[in-house]
Design a binder for this molecule. Structure first.
Ligand code: FMN
Length: 180
């Protein structure tokens, strides 16, 4: 079958889902999930996120140049969904979702305590990309739960990463299979 071009990203799924935390210049905390995201360089450590320009997250990124990428597990999927709701600017989605801020060391935005890992990032580039803004961040500090890695790889059995299919549908990965 041939698909409508507007549906191309539906087959590029399921996608790693993160929650980005930011603050505005007043220090008000914002949190929202993103799945248009990927690592783009190892040295220096860079990742990319595509954001609709009207999002509070993008506004805060522009104001402060800083953000935290949080990796959620299955146990906070409902909370993740609450952070995606459209609250007025200045509303702290972490409080709305019952999640806990975790102090960062290098950036002002807090991480999320209930997440598997927290990547503190500084914006290094921001360019218009169709109907999104493509923001590249340099990872300046990474923290992760003690049980998050096994032989240097993500321990999916422990972390149960959340992958976005689209809309309210997710895939939760809890086992790995090795090719022969
Ligand atoms: C699982 C999931 C993934 C999402 N991924 C993206 C994304 O990659 N880029 C984007 O601009 N919005 C994405 N959204 C939508 C935003 O999270 C949502 O519009 C949110 O309200 C934006 O919040 P903010 O205005 O506080 O930044 C996603 C939503 C969900 C539920």
């Amino acid at each position: 079958m041939e698909l409508d071009l507007s549906q191309f990203y539906r087959v590029m799924a399921p996608r790693t889902t993160i929650i980005i935390t930011t603050v505005n210049l007043k220090g008000e905390i914002n949190a929202a999930p993103f799945s248009f995201t990927m690592p783009v360089s190892v040295n220096p450590p860079l990742l990319a996120v595509a954001s609709v320009p009207t999002h509070h997250t993008y506004h805060n990124l522009q104001e402060t140049g800083e953000f935290v990428v949080n990796l959620p597990g299955e146990e906070i999927l409902e909370e993740l969904w609450i952070t995606s709701e459209s609250f007025p600017e200045g509303v702290n989605e972490l409080e709305k979702a019952g999640l806990t801020g975790k102090d960062s060391q290098i950036v002002r935005a807090p991480g999320i305590k209930e997440c598997v890992a927290q990547l503190e990032c500084k914006v290094v580039s921001d360019q218009e990309c169709g109907d999104h803004q493509l923001v590249v961040g340099e990872v300046v500090r990474v923290t992760a739960r003690d049980d998050s890695l096994q032989e240097g790889l993500l321990a999916v059995e422990n972390t149960k990463p959340v992958l976005h299919l689209g809309g309210k549908d997710f895939v939760v990965g809890d086992h790995r299979k090795r090719v022969i």
